[in-house]
Design a protein around this ligand. Sequence first.
Ligand code: 13P
Length: 249
Amino acid sequence: MRKKIIAGNWKMNYTLTEADNFVNEIKDRINTDKVEVVLCPNNICLDRISDIIDNTNIKLGAQNVYFEDKGAYTGETSADMLLSVDAKYCIIGHSERRQYFAETDEMINKKAKKLLEKNIIPIICVGETLEQRESGVLFEHISSQIKNALEGISSDDAKNNIVIAYEPIWAIGTGKTATSMQAEEMCKYIRDEVRKLYDEKVADGIRIQYGGSVKPSNASEILNMEDIDGALVGGASLTNDFVAIVNYD
Ligand code: 13P
């Protein structure tokens, strides 16, 4: 049985003080019995949030990593640095990084491998634009993102140490949520693709989240779909709404 995983991607929000106040306000109201909960603050806040959630079951995640170990890469953060603040997860390949920072499938694959080497679980994001959906290249596009991201990753890692987040770009920050049927259809398709790349066990074990305008009013319908194993939450993870989403029925 796959345990659901709900992660809050704060993106570029909250100063250290704001982050500290917010997490202190929500942490005791988050029920981690049936859901694994991950907070992904900006890098400045990682260490502080790590301390605040130390005695809880809430896990820490980062929003990005660089694939080299160390050196002259101004502005970048290594997997060892993430380990030093006890990060257990790291989002990679978010559509905003692909779009604004020109991240390629190849870079995302290298990041995934580096994280796995350091025992940090990558949350690999994939998703299509509205144009891709409407022009019918939707499945082809997602299939190639999945294949490229997982290239060279062992079945053991794919089964136990990878999370995939399906985030249709047209549903991110727009208030436009994919219907639960659209989200389920794609998460099921991704699982089928993983089955083709590996085998039944991996397809059965890998966790696939949906992301894009998840809020308290649609969380339970989305999270109760068979192939949707959790959510990657943006805007709503910055407010009390996150508590309501995580504690969904
Ligand atoms: P929103 O929940 O704000 O639509 O963002 C989704 C997202 O991009 C999470 O990574």
